[in-house]
Write a protein that binds this ligand. Structure first.
Ligand SMILES: Cc1cc2nc3c(=O)[nH]c(=O)nc-3n(C[C@H](O)[C@H](O)[C@H](O)COP(=O)(O)O)c2cc1C
Length: 175
């Protein structure tokens, strides 16, 4: 049995939902999973876990700066364990941008950090128009209009491929 730590960075909670699905898959394989928010600057203590995963969402073109800081601070311990990273963004709803190699945010992020995660993935996120404030709602509608996505402000659209999330969970279990 492996002890897996999943650290997440989220603004509206969808990345946590993805982490919960990962946890479900990994626990089904007989392993234990701990979910931690990067915002709480959790301590990664050697000997208390066997594998580590970081998941972060994109907002206005970037993961939260806290994610880069956390990686920098914990680089050595990350590298000493089987590790994985995933990004959540809505550009990944497009088939030509839904792989780690083709997702522009993930590629840009990897160039910025020194850590090279052993396993990578990218998941399409969710747009919950009714929950957004005025500025964000209209910015996202504009971006969606530009990129031929849904613009109806009454809609909540989940683009996430949950089977793919579960497959990633299986890969983490095998790391
Ligand atoms: C204000 C705002 C800005 C966003 N900016 C981007 C963006 O620049 N590119 C993108 O692909 N997705 C963008 N998204 C989509 C988010 O990545 C997506 O909603 C994701 O599911 C958010 O995950 P979270 O709830 O864990 O933060 C944005 C969403 C919001 C609400």
């Amino acid at each position: 049995m492996a002890r897996v730590v999943i650290l997440y960075s989220t603004t509206d909670g969808h990345t946590v939902e993805i982490c919960k699905r990962l946890r479900q898959t990994i626990e089904t394989g007989g392993h234990s999973v701990q979910l931690l928010d990067v915002k709480d600057d959790p301590d990664l203590v050697d000997g208390t876990f066997d594998k580590v995963v970081i998941g972060a969402s994109i907002r206005y073109g970037k993961h939260q700066p806290l994610v880069n800081e956390f990686i920098k601070k914990n680089q050595a311990i990350l590298e000493n364990h089987p590790n994985a990273f995933f990004s959540v963004n809505v550009v990944a709803r497009k088939p030509e941008k839904n792989q780690p190699e083709t997702n522009p945010y993930l590629q840009k992020f990897l160039k910025k950090i020194d850590w090279q995660p052993k396993l990578l993935d990218v998941f399409a996120g969710r747009i919950d128009y009714p929950s957004l404030g005025f500025v964000d709602k209209h910015m996202i509608r504009f971006i969606m209009w530009m990129t031929k996505g849904p613009t109806d402000p009454s809609l909540t659209i989940e683009f996430t491929d949950w089977d793919r999330v579960a497959e990633f969970g299986e890969k983490i279990a095998e790391l």
